[in-house]
Design a binder for this molecule. Structure first.
Ligand SMILES: [Zn+2]
Length: 190
């Protein structure tokens, strides 16, 4: 019974903290269709990312954290460059790298499914310049082909094919929200 109360107290303490150490992000392709999720969780040595995706071309795809929480298709250039608060070169194999946002490639199977657990070493969901929640946030972007781990500026991994916004304030209204049902209704009623 005492343990039960202790758990409740720890749970309440966790709720009162402003720090968010778990976040699920929806990922959309360039047609605006949701193709999966990325679950972020704070760890002692970085941020763990659990990915579940479908509808990808079979094979390897580059995946990176980008500097702005803005995913506007079809090319997702609004997400900016790779998240690079330490001013390094691109690539997990680059001697002067990597960008903080650089991740190992993911592989989609023959049916286009990809599941992966990746570690974003040195990043955090708490305060600081290496935080995924710095400024208005960051984003996670999947590329057409595999990141070679050394070519500048982004590993020769082709165009951006999917994107998910990691917003510091997930309730903040986006100025462009094509799937907002109330907007749709208003237009229909006119
Ligand atoms: Zn990079």
């Amino acid at each position: 019974m005492r343990l039960f109360f202790l758990i409740i107290i720890l749970f309440l303490a966790g709720c009162q903290s402003n720090a968010e150490t778990n976040r699920n992000v929806d990922i959309y392709n360039s047609d605006g269709d949701m193709i999966g999720t990325a679950g972020f969780s704070e760890q002692p040595d970085g941020v763990q990312i659990k990915l579940k995706l479908e509808g990808l071309a079979p094979g390897f795809h580059g995946i990176h954290i980008h500097e702005y929480p803005k995913c506007e298709g079809p090319d997702f250039t609004t997400a900016g460059n790779h998240f690079n608060p330490e001013g390094k070169e691109h690539g997990l194999m680059h001697p002067k790298g990597p960008h903080l946002g650089d991740l190992p490639n993911i592989e989609a199977d023959g049916g286009g499914l990809a599941e992966a657990e990746l570690m974003l070493a040195g990043a955090t969901m708490l305060e600081g310049k290496n935080s995924l929640f710095q400024g208005e946030g960051t984003s996670i972007v999947i590329d057409e082909s595999q990141d070679d781990g050394i070519s500048q500026p982004s590993g020769n991994s082709g165009v951006r094919i999917a994107c998910g916004e990691i917003k510091t304030d997930p309730d903040a209204e986006s100025t462009e929200s094509p799937t907002d049902p109330t907007q749709f209704n208003e237009k229909q009623e006119e």
